[in-house]
Write a protein that binds this ligand. Sequence first.
Ligand code: SI3
Length: 343
Amino acid sequence: MKSNGWCSSHVNNIYIRLDLRCDYTCVSTSVTIKTAMTSTVGKKATGLVAATFTPLTPKGEINLSEIGPYIDYLLEQQGVKSIFVNGTTGEGLSLTVEERKQLAEEWCRKGKNKLEQVIVHVGCLSLKDSQELAHHAAEIGADGIAVIAPSFFKPATAGALRMFLQEVAAAAPAVPFYYYHIPSVTGVNLQARDVLEGIESQIPSFRGLKFSGSDLMDFGRCVSYCPSHWSYLYGVDEQLLGALAMGANGAVGSTYNYLGKSGNRLLSAFEKGDITLARILQFQVQDILSYAIDLGFDLAVNKQLMSEVSGLALGPPRLPLLLCPQAKARSIAQRLQQVLGVK
Ligand SMILES: CC(=O)N[C@@H]([C@@H](O)[C@H](O)[C@H](O)CO)[C@@H](O)CC(=O)C(=O)O
């Protein structure tokens, strides 16, 4: 009979992993001490991050002129200081490489000296396109880049996905790199914990995880495996509280575009140990989203809801997503105002 186990601890940048392998005849203990992440790539991403919608004109072209007002809205009305652009909410995979570059550039330009972090999603089906976008993000001064798993030809193993991520990260080695785990959208159902196995030795700029999955056991295993100086950003907004308990140190999501204030209150209630308040705030988000889900909530509805709540002209989604009827978005916006007690 055998038992294998390990434990790790992180003290003052020293990362200690203790491997214990025992059977009845032998006990071997090996202790590895390494200085964790000696490079000082970037600042740590924490707190609330809005996954931005991509403003389009009524004809479906990217609308860069709305980005400045969008950033001001997030800062002034929602208290959100960091953004994640060209991701799922931003319809990144429906945009051309050139459009993604123009958008990333404008978000970075308009966010400079205002926002704390602009993280650019650079994942594509094509490795070459991802590398081009990663390199571009470095040139324009993005604070971080993130990559989802390619989802047409899917990686067969965690190792194959790690190799893909490594090749992208190598195109922007000085930019903090995040793995973006979103199995419900990519259909890549690998455990994030497996993807992270040894990733720091393959990607020196690796700085954390954007986990948009509902498997909190996998998320917890990521947090317990990884060094504390990484970012663990959780992306299922309606169950953020569970992820905070599991060790998330921030949240990235679509609803923080219009529920930023409440998201910030939830984070600070949790930090202060006021679980009762944190729970009330989480239940409010769940109420609003269940109401929306009953009406058929998807990205198109979400985008229209943001236009409705913020007054920004975000335009339609891009095909194949269909424009949401305004009455539907209006009805969800009313529910939101009732639940939050906003006039
Ligand atoms: C599947 C999906 O779109 N998930 C959203 C959530 O914020 C989601 O909209 C929210 O939890 C409501 O279900 C984010 O995780 C996506 C995200 O962060 C992104 O746009 O990159």
